[in-house]
Design a protein around this ligand. Sequence first.
Ligand code: ZN
Length: 462
Amino acid sequence: MEDDYNRKRMEDARRARDLAEEFAVRERWTRTELIRFQQRQLDSIVRHAVKHSPFYKKLYRSVPMDGPVAIETLPVIDKRTVMDNFDRVVTDARLKLGHLYDYMDNLSRDDYYMGEYRVLTTSGSTGLKGVFIFDREAWIHILASINRATSMMGLSPLKRMRIASIGANSPLHLSYRRAVSMDFGFHDYRRLEASWRIDDLVRDLNAFQPEYLHTYSSVASLLAVERKARRLRIQPKVIITSAELLTDTMRKTIQKAWNVIPFKSYSTTEGILGIECRYHNGIHIFEDLGIVEVVDEKNKPVPDGSPGMKILFTNLYQYTQPVIRYEISDMVTISSETCPCGCPFQRIVSIEGRNDDILYLEGLKDTSVAIPPFVFHGVIALFRDIIEYQIIHRDDGLHFRFVLSERSKREETGLLFKNRMRQELEMFQVICPNIHIKFIDHIERDPQKMGKIKLVISDIQR
Ligand SMILES: [Zn+2]
């Protein structure tokens, strides 16, 4: 078994290296060449979906398939639709959501499901969990994209580095799986968990002395605070942060601490991939691998340079679980002006939405302690009964509002959750607030907030 796993992993890495060379050629294409390529890939994935996915076959029954597919004529889908129809969406009839849940419950490492698939989940910005399947070909695209990101930042993928990656501790998350499946001993890799106490992260990083640090924006900015306090003594040359949480304040804090401008990366489990270029003037979306439409609330395109209400994303390399015109709730502004780096890919010049809040709890040592949102998202992700959620911090404690799946046992879930959440918070050395749980039928969407659910809300005056 282990031999088989390693053989496949090496083979995938080899193929990813070759693919990265093809990628490099595309980075020198003209915009016209790129758009022509996108159209071919779109035609191919749509036809594959219609042929092998009962869901898409029905959804696209009135879409003409004789010529090139006009993307704007395809219906828009969302995560709820994909999850409700999962077994019919996938193009391999052997994949069943029920079995995947059982498999995920027991997964403790990187592994190939049925010898060929990687199974990942996302809690996502809207609080509804999704399951995403990557076949080996799709995974090779993910791996090759890491090489591309490295060279787009102006680094050589051939230079050995000490890389510290601080992220999710679950093999069900993209960041973790990507890091594990790439670790062949070429780079000196150190994987740390974002859920560790800050003291432990500091101690470990001081010993490891990374040259390259990849983590959530909120973690990077907490580390910057440690650096300023001289407890953390590292001088990374490159810092990469996950885009959605990097506020201006965070960026400034990080830049001040290390005199390094952090690179934003943008990736979603649905398959969007992008990295800020070496000139730091926006995130280049890997448009040969996906089509990003920036639209308003009625799914109409917004002009270049104006913020959209959401993204419609089409993945051009995901054949097992096609993601076509799929709603993602990020509000971004795109620029298609030519970039000095010469790359034809459009740039996300700002991400306005989805600012997950950091909550501040009272610490054991009289100071307030910052709890980044992923701490909550991480614990909730362990409970597959919880379909949607919202966290509100009030004077009388933390209020968790849960929408549970049918047939789940409320009391049992509530009790287990409270215990797990307390354990997690104690690791941050805080006075654990009262935890209140309310089970509700749905989370109301505020039209004032563009119908979005705010996942973490603080009602505390600071
Ligand atoms: Zn550029």
